[in-house]
Design a protein around this ligand. Sequence first.
Ligand code: ADP
Ligand code: MG
Length: 553
Amino acid sequence: MTIKPLPPNVINLIAAGEVIDSLGAVVRELVENSLDAQANQIDIAIFPELWRIQVTDNGTGIREDDLPYAARPHSTSKIHALDDLWQIDSLGFRGEALHSLAQVADLNLATRFSGEIGWKVDYDSQGEMMAKEAIAMATGTRVTVSHLFGNWPVRRSGLPKLSQQLKTLQTLIYHFSLCYPEVTWQIWQNDRLWFSLSPTPQVKGIIPQLIRGVNLSDLQAWQEEITYNHDNLSAYLNLVIGLPDRCHRNRPDWVKIAVNGRMIKCSELEQTLIKGFSRTLPRDRFPVCFLHLKLHPSQIDWNRHPAKSEIYLHSLDFWREKVLEVLEKALRLNPDTLSVKVQNERVTQLLKASENKGKYAISPHTKPEKGLHALNLKAVAQIRHTYIVIEHENGLWLIEQHIAHERVLYENLQDNWQLVPLNFPLILTQLSPQQVERLQQLNLEIEPFGEQLWAVRNAPEMLAKREDCKDALRELSHSGDLQTAQVATACRSAIRNGTPLSLSEMQTLIDQWKNTRHPSTCPHGRPIYLSLEESSLSRFFRRHWVIGKSHGI
Ligand code: ADP
Ligand code: MG
């Protein structure tokens, strides 16, 4: 569409008011134009001392024929007639921003529409095009606003402190990035990069860039298509929340709501969100959440406020209900929140906390020299026929049964390596001379028994009675030394994971294991147990929170 002046009947319906009243407002208007021009790379350069702001985008650019109209009052390419007011799908539509900027600053445009050449244009304070000069540039637009409020000293002096303005500006850009996560943002201050934001396919990926300490895995995103009112309009409700056990804030500064690509203030929906989190967060803490409603344009009236930050939303009660429903779903346990990766991260945290506690993770109250064997370890359950849960005075442990037993057997073998005669010799086939030699080194009685056959007449005690003794001996023929043979024997003889055990069997194993010399790892070096000390657990479950506090008393 070309840029044209709006007819008077449309102008009369548009909320009038001061558009440009701060640095932030300049950036807001220019960025909105870049987004309306489909840009996905937006650079913002601020020179506060010069009162200059420059926004460069890779959007569609402006046609040469449109340049004379761009900064005229009420001139826009986005709507043209009254009916269009109910179909607004762009951020701008009033055709006022460039005109207002021309009034309060020096306005310069450099732009190139695809298929045309680039143009550099200056406007006078009425928004009339002055000089026009051909330039070489890529498709897109660069708007430079200089000497902002130069002729309006009262406005300048009425502005908040620069640091405050910059903070507002940063928040503004954060908000844009939440609404347009596919855009690459670079923000410069006096020619130095201030901050940048990387594009992500989903808004979930933006939040960790904006809040320190929040990871992707702390967030849950939920999208739902909703059909509403009699016209069967369809809308999308996008919600990203910080999981309440992992992120919350001391202020409600991260309860954010956007409608059709624009962050808005809507205290009714904010309250709905906060209420939806109630009883999931500690007292006086607030959730992290971003709700983006994508509605049919006819359902929104943007003309409540000149900055368009407040809107009239049709069927508010309906939306409050839907928001609660979607929030309920996002808060439930689901495969994302339970993903192995996420849980691993949590266990890692827990492990770190436990591992810091030294060798056996015994609390300071237990004298280390008393050692593991002095602890009263009680087997209380078996999990997945693999892990034994042990309760003790300082917390709980998980033991992997196979490797704990392997440790027990290995030390046993080290102490009592005994060969016992076999009732019937075992016949092994296909042994290489080296294998025969190795078995002899282990003091096994082995002799030829015919073509490619050998008879073995004794075996390690632990293996002698096993049905798979033959396989075990073959395995031993590969191990060069006694130690390796003992490890192999222990491993083969140890209780397999997946074997059900009775409580007393578990207790026997634990009692044997706690008396081993090296209980922390199996002979292959794998850790045998995970200690979850009571102090780590109570920290994890936030037991230090005063009960009265968490009950909201
Ligand atoms: P509005 O955005 O309400 O239409 P503006 O005064 O902000 O009014 O802009 C006037 C017109 O200038 C827009 O309608 C658009 O056609 C054009 N324009 C402004 N900025 C850009 C830009 N960055 N890229 C492409 N076109 C632009
Ligand atoms: Mg605009």
